[in-house]
Ligand binder design. Structure first.
Ligand code: FE2
Length: 423
């Protein structure tokens, strides 16, 4: 007897519809016809079933704070950091928690059940760290939160920042972050990467740095990240977030860089919505897109996943935390509208992201967690085209969110006709 059986499910790579049987929070069987009974049956009606979406990069401490204390007029990263610095002294436990929790409700409704959030550790009170650790405990039945200790104002540039970052790790933050391009000098940027990677090696932790989030092609801290990953044996456990300077680098240099990144098994996290907004702000015309070279990285065998980065905060005024919106922007801005390229983008918010986050038991296969999303679409590509309704969001074999199908009634003179945008 299964706890839950999903019938008429369209899954990637299978022509015929399948049934998915789950028990005790795990997927036990996937087959065209399953004989066992189930306590609950969900009819997917031929729509697409996927493992849940994963956001590899967001800032839950700043989320939904747009306009506080003022709006970002220049639209630049640096003005965003300044506004966040102005807001920090007036933040309260209740306010951060209410906003982050509101965002998590959106996340769940959109089918994002795993989220890696950076949390600013340069505030001496570590208020946001305490809030997000508390929220992670309270929401653990519904969503997995990985937290990154992020020294927003620079681990060497900001007073006591290394000590505060270590305190955040002691409290239970999982991953070590950094921001080398914001340190005072190139030498200090490189030194910050060395110190933070050594700390990760000592503590057996993963690394995820804001790295080269700049339009300056000479911002090359990715080189230091690769060097330290190799030196300390951190292969596969290190991620470079943003890497936007790669857009403006010389092609010859990039050809050397990709080989080094591949050897070190660096994971790359691209944030198309936010970097399309922040980058190229100092350009006249032509204006650079300022995104890492995703298609070429994938061709070089380097893992790439995607993040929303910001939702309605000092750096980005829009968003509903829909990871399909992230890759929809990616498809356009990265020139990745080919059929296989769109499938790779979808993988960047599902299976490739699971690799970046070093997740276990993720996927749509027997033995994996019974976590999945049923979308009103029929394929990975159609999910990106439509960004459709998440009909059911299932976590450990239980429906935790559902919504009706979206359709229009069109009347062109001969009565109402139902219009569904699926092909
Ligand atoms: Fe970020």
């Amino acid at each position: 007897m299964f706890d839950i059986l999903i019938v008429n499910a369209k899954i990637h790579g299978k022509k015929e519809l399948v049934q998915i049987g789950c028990k005790d929070g795990k997927i036990l069987e996937i087959a065209p016809k399953i004989e066992s009974k189930a306590k609950e049956i969900i009819d997917a009606a031929g729509y697409f079933v996927t493992p849940p979406f994963i956001d590899s990069h967001i800032h839950l401490d700043a989320t939904l704070s747009m306009g506080m204390p003022r709006f970002n007029q220049s639209g630049t990263l640096l003005e965003g950091i300044k506004i966040w610095g102005e807001l920090k002294p007036s933040l309260t436990h209740e306010a951060i928690k209410a906003r982050a929790k509101q965002l998590l409700l959106w996340s769940i409704a959109k089918g994002n059940l795993v989220i890696r959030s950076h949390v600013d550790t340069t505030d001496p009170s570590l208020l946001a760290v305490d809030v997000l650790l508390e929220l992670r405990r309270e929401m653990k039945e519904f969503v997995d939160l990985q937290l990154v200790a992020f020294p927003q104002d620079g681990v060497l540039r900001s007073k006591n920042a290394m000590e505060l970052l270590i305190r955040a790790l002691d409290k239970g933050v999982d991953v070590i972050g950094g921001i080398p391009h914001f340190e005072r000098t190139m030498a200090e940027g490189a030194e910050s990467v060395r110190l933070l990677c050594e700390l990760a090696e000592q503590r057996g932790l993963m690394v995820d740095m804001h790295c080269d989030e700049s339009d300056d092609p000479h911002s090359r801290y990715i080189e230091n990240l690769v060097l330290e990953t190799q030196r300390l044996g951190l292969h596969g456990r290190v991620a470079g977030s943003h890497l936007t300077s790669m857009h403006s680098m010389d092609n010859y240099y990039v050809s050397k860089l990709f080989a080094l990144m591949s050897e070190a098994r660096i994971n790359c996290i691209c944030n198309p919505l936010v970097n399309m907004n922040l980058q190229g702000r100092h350009d006249t015309y032509p204006k650079r897109r300022g995104l890492m070279r995703v298609s070429e990285l994938l061709d070089a065998g380097i893992n790439v996943s995607f993040g929303h980065d910001d939702v309605m905060d000092p750096w980005y005024p829009m968003g509903t935390h829909d990871m399909l919106e992230v890759v929809h922007m990616g498809a356009h801005a990265l020139h990745m509208t080919g059929v296989d390229q769109q499938a790779s983008l979808f993988d960047g918010v599902t299976i490739n992201a699971a690799k970046t986050l070093n997740l276990e038991n993720y996927g749509l296969a027997p033995g994996c967690n019974a976590d999945m999303v049923i979308l009103q679409a029929s394929s990975k590509q159609e999910c990106i085209r439509l960004r459709p309704a998440r009909l059911f969001v299932i976590r450990r074999g239980k429906v935790i969110s559902h919504m009706p199908k979206t359709r229009a009634s069109v009347n062109i003179g001969s009565g109402d006709v139902d219009v569904d945008f699926c092909r």
